[in-house]
Design a protein around this ligand. Structure first.
Ligand code: SIN
Length: 541
């Protein structure tokens, strides 16, 4: 079956939904969600949105903090554009009805939160459920909009790219995971807003769906990729045998939480910014303590704050921990670092345009140059909002005068294809998945070396060949699509990390422990030497 619209968006987080609500003023919109529309990283975001709203704050301060965190690799135009648009984006969300915490309703709570690397209080939040509040409002509006159709349980597989004249993305193949039907979604503009890739690592704060699909899809289609070596590890993921990906927001440290070791000693006491140093610094300090003393976790202690304040400011964290037997008003919280955010991604310009015609990328999947070598906390929802806004204007202009490009593409051999709803050899896929996540954690995690990267590359080569084999010979189902994507993302991280022979921001190498501005004050950019036009498995049918 072929489904046509003016805009096709892959992903239903803050970037995809904000783009959709703006693009629907200019044409018809299809959005693909591989699970439910609310199963996104946005929905889990606790901290908030950084924007200059405080009386003592200035745009210059936010720009400077972002540049400092990015360790020399931020693009000044992207930083300025995003930071300067922040207050306008917050006003738009307020008008749509997002219930940010305000002192009118909560006189005891700070309206603006603070997180690591920020010199001023500037995090707009809805207590510790900011992402959920934004997701709910944008999602409701998108479901109500007659020009937007959301296809849940539709998993994008690969882009449809014309090779007549200039290569151009004109749609995407997607699997209806409920029925196994293969669909062709054709559009004048395709937007990847599919989020990040935390599931490449054994421990992550991300939801199960964060398998780097958009990144892998763009890579296979020939779009350039940048800075994938910069994977941000959040210092404080809850350490608990039953719950693997629950974040303890940096806002807890913003309100005075202290990181302590098993003996109760402050971990960050010798750093000038203390517990509010940038994430790369804090995560590495925790990793060093854990490796030196051989312990499984450290602790985050907020017990010195009044119990009512903690319950009111952090209701989600308080209740989740309490349900696991940890009363955070009286006990320190066991925490470990975990993969949290992909700072690199699909290379885009300041309007979200990738290097492949017709293809835009916004949100975590994209590399705008805002984050450089380390993202400043709570700059990501902000970036997603600003880039969705800019991309919608640019894409809207681009569609004017474009005829329906889908007409020129022959889909006949594949358009009625069926893939699968269940794997024929699930154990093989699960094993490949576990193997990749484990060696990425051990060899390509917080601390790397040339030797570790080489070992990871060798292992990945074997697993990738097996996965390619499965893809050719097995029934293709949702898990196989994800593991195929994870393997591509792992490969891109290893390739980028291998090229950067220095330590900078989130990339720390034992072989190259120093920063080398002479040779590496630049982005890492990869181009696929052999992009595909059609998915190999499908073209073989
Ligand atoms: C947090 O709440 O610590 C996460 C915020 C972010 O990743 O920007």
């Amino acid at each position: 079956m072929i489904i046509k619209s003016d805009f096709l968006i892959i992903g239903t987080g803050v970037a995809g939904l904000s783009f959709a609500l703006k693009a629907s003023q200019m044409g018809t919109v299809s959005i693909l969600a591989k699970r439910k529309a609310c199963d996104t990283n946005t929905n889990l975001a606790q901290g908030g949105i950084a924007a200059v709203m405080g009386e003592d704050d200035l745009l210059e301060y936010h720009i400077r903090d972002t540049l400092d965190s990015g360790a020399g690799l931020c693009h000044l135009d992207a930083v300025k554009t995003v930071v300067e648009s922040g207050p306008r984006m917050i006003e738009q969300l307020k008008l749509l009805g997002v219930p940010f915490t305000s002192q009118v309703d909560h006189p005891d709570l700070p309206e603006l939160g603070r997180e690591g690397g920020h010199s001023h209080r500037r995090i707009i939040h809805a207590k510790d459920m900011t992402g959920q509040a934004v997701q709910k409002v944008l999602g409701e509006k998108a479901f109500e909009d007659p020009n937007i159709k959301i296809f849940e349980k539709h998993q994008a597989l690969d882009l449809i790219v014309t090779d007549a004249g200039a290569r151009r993305a004109v749609g995407a193949w997607a699997l209806d995971t409920a029925t196994g039907e293969l669909l062709a979604f054709m559009a004048k503009i395709v937007v990847l807003a599919s989020g990040g890739s935390g599931k490449v690592y054994l421990y992550t704060t991300n939801p199960d769906g964060a398998t780097g699909d958009g990144l892998a899809i763009a890579w296979r289609a020939g779009a350039q990729i940048s800075n994938m070596e910069f994977v941000q590890f959040h210092p404080t993921c809850l350490f608990h045998p039953q719950v693997r990906n629950f974040l303890i927001s940096e806002a807890v440290r913003g309100e005075g939480g202290r990181l302590i070791d098993q003996d109760g000693e402050s971990i960050m006491k010798n750093h000038p910014q203390g517990d509010l140093a940038c994430r790369d610094v804090v995560a590495l300090a925790i990793d060093t303590v854990m490796k030196k003393s051989g312990v499984d976790n450290v602790f985050l202690d907020i017990t010195h704050k009044p119990s009512d304040f903690i319950k009111d400011r952090f209701p989600k964290i308080y209740n989740t921990c309490l349900s696991l037997g940890i009363d955070i008003t009286r006990q320190p919280i066991p925490v470990v670092p975990a993969a949290h955010y992909q700072c690199g991604g699909i290379l885009v310009d300041i309007n979200g345009r990738t290097t492949l015609n017709g293809l835009y990328a916004i949100g975590e999947v994209a590399a705008t140059g805002l984050h450089g070598a380390n993202r400043l906390a709570s700059n990501s929802l902000l970036e997603a909002l600003v880039m969705a806004d800019r991309a919608s204007i640019s894409a809207g202009l681009e569609t004017k005068g474009l005829k329906d490009l889908g007409e020129n593409v022959s889909l006949s051999p594949w358009a009625n294809g069926r893939l699968g709803t269940a794997p024929s050899e699930a154990v093989l896929i699960t094993h490949s998945w576990d193997e990749i996540r484990r060696f990425m954690w051990n060899y390509v995690g917080l601390v790397r070396s040339d030797q570790r990267l080489l070992m990871a590359a060798k292992r990945l080569e074997l697993v990738k060949n097996e996965i390619d084999d499965f893809f050719r010979n097995f029934e293709v189902d949702a898990d196989l699509i994800e593991v195929r994507n994870i393997a591509v993302v792992a490969d891109l991280i290893i390739q980028c990390a291998t090229l950067r022979k220095e330590s900078r921001g989130l990339h720390y190498s034992l072989t190259w422990p120093n920063r080398d501005d002479k040779n590496f004050l630049r982005d890492t950019v990869l181009s696929n030497p052999a992009p595909i036009i059609l998915p190999e498995r499908l073209s073989a049918r």
